[in-house]
Design a protein around this ligand. Structure first.
Ligand code: ZN
Ligand code: CU
Length: 483
């Protein structure tokens, strides 16, 4: 029994899963001045505010390892689609795309426009973007990366070739500026047209400033289908040349002919982990989502249109039905629907399970906060891992599931003071019902908050409670402490 103390907020009677993978234990959690002040039997203590967590799990707030929320943090600052899942921190700037640096009037080639860029929020320097986030906090903490495709678009006159020396120097200067301002790393998206012509050497050269800072290199790889092993090899070579941690984004193996190849990719990742710092993230669905592409490989399976600028009425519809209605093939229909975003059913459930269950895999939603019919991962990722994959399927214990979205992620991204429940840690906390937690967002009805989340605290401030956003905006900009 701890000596009687007074806290700002006391979570009483819950079972703590602390984000380290350690077994759960019963304890009260006291919060003061935005931090976890005490853990244990606090029954003699008082508090300004109390949450009854009887029968509930108290866990660190979830960290979404992979998001495209760069601009939603301003335009949708409540961030309901993430807070409602128990998320308290988002990592932005993924897949080579970031909100900065941009030029005021420049055109944004797809997929850069997957994150909005209204005239009043076009930041020419990364520092301006982070300053704006600090000046107008959202409900969530954010750790930001600078995107290589964005750097190419802002630096190069022609994206259909490798960068020349002057362009590489200019991109390097932007990376340095971003890191000095507080970016935690750089991402690439060589899968996408704006960076498809970038060579391995270009990426290593542009990434030079990452080394001294011990920043991360995060990648949507050049190929996640037939040539996924070559793409992994390139990723590891870049990480090795720069001497930094690499993150393989939303790891997957696409197309039926490649199903089962996660046996090879995961073995390769595991083996490389012995020699250099490698980690990966994954979302718990067999469909992906990105810009509308018309290349045949992407259109092999079922495709749902998520948003379309020329045909907004097509959101939520099957591409095959639209094509039939228009009397054209799917390839032509996809072209007419561009620019926009779509959902592609292209993975094998067993592969998804094997990647999720791989011990070092972090959970990242890759949600795209755009349009009326987004991929359900935007609203459902974390409760789906906890409720469906851990509880219903028994893929791993709840302690492991929580670790994959808290302690492991904070460690890999160097987010010190986050991701675990311990005295002195930031009070990013979620209280949930382990028997009831589940995603309710579906492909047909994707904007549904999860069930089973009681309360979410961000930096000690109650932000979501019993299905309601409290309007709290207490998010901070987080920096990286290199391990
Ligand atoms: Zn991606
Ligand atoms: Cu992404």
């Amino acid at each position: 029994m701890t000596q009687a103390r007074h806290f700002d907020l006391l979570i009483r009677g819950g079972t703590v899963i602390d984000g380290t993978k350690a077994p759960r234990f019963d304890a009260d959690v006291g919060v003061t001045a935005g931090r976890i002040a005490a853990i244990g039997d606090l029954s003699g203590c008082t508090a300004a505010d109390t949450i009854d967590a009887t029968g509930r799990i108290v866990a660190p707030g979830f960290i979404d390892a992979h998001t495209h929320d760069d601009q939603a943090l301003f335009s949708d600052a409540g961030m309901d689609f993430k807070v409602s899942q128990g998320v308290t921190t988002v990592v932005v700037g993924n897949c080579g795309i970031s909100a900065a640096p941009l030029k005021p009037g420049m055109d944004l080639p797809m997929p850069l426009s997957l994150i909005e860029a209204p005239p009043e929020r076009r930041y020419t320097r990364f520092r301006d973007y982070l300053d704006a986030l600090k000046a107008t906090p959202s409900a969530l903490n954010v750790a930001a990366m600078v995107g290589h495709s964005t750097l190419r678009a802002v630096t190069m006159s022609d994206l259909n070739r490798p960068a020349n020396e002057a362009e590489i120097a200019a991109m390097q200067a932007h990376v340095q500026e971003a890191l000095d301002a507080g970016a935690i790393g750089m991402s690439t998206g060589t899968f996408y047209p704006p960076a498809a012509k970038a060579t391995t050497e270009e990426i290593i050269a542009v990434g030079q400033p990452l080394t001294a800072k011990g920043a991360v290199y995060v990648t949507h790889m050049r190929d996640e289908a037939d040539k996924v092993m070559e793409a992994l090899d390139e990723t590891f070579r870049i990480g090795k040349a720069l001497g930094i941690q690499v993150v393989v984004s939303h790891h997957k193996v696409q197309h039926p002919r490649n199903f089962g190849n996660t046996r090879k990719t995961l073995a390769f990742i595991r083996e490389t982990m012995q020699q250099q710092r490698v980690c990966l993230d994954c979302y718990p669905y067999t469909a992906g989502s990105t810009m509308i592409r018309s290349d045949q490989g992407m259109l092999d399976g079922k495709v749902l249109i998520a948003s379309s600028t020329p045909h907004p009425e097509c959101a939520g519809r099957d591409l095959a039905d639209i094509a039939a209605e228009w009397g054209v093939d799917r390839h032509e229909a996809a072209k007419r629907l561009q620019p926009g975003s779509a959902i592609y059913f292209m993975m094998d459930e067993q592969d998804v399970r094997d990647i999720l269950a791989f011990d070092q895999t972090m959970i990242g939603s890759d949600g795209i906060p755009l349009g009326d019919k987004p991929h359900p991962r935007l609203w459902g990722t974390f409760p789906r891992v906890l409720g469906h994959y851990s509880r219903e399927l028994g893929l791993f214990p709840l302690e492991t599931a929580v670790w994959k979205m808290t302690g492991l992620t904070a460690h890999n991204f160097g987010l010190q003071g986050r991701g675990t429940i311990a005295e002195g840690q930031a009070a990013d906390l979620v209280v949930f019902d382990p028997e009831r937690i589940i995603d309710r967002a579906s492909y047909a009805d994707p904007k549904q908050p999860a069930a089973g989340i009681d309360a979410v605290l961000v930096n000690g401030a109650l932000t979501w409670q019993q299905g309601r956003h409290l309007g709290t905006r207490r998010g901070q900009v987080l920096s990286r402490t290199a391990p």
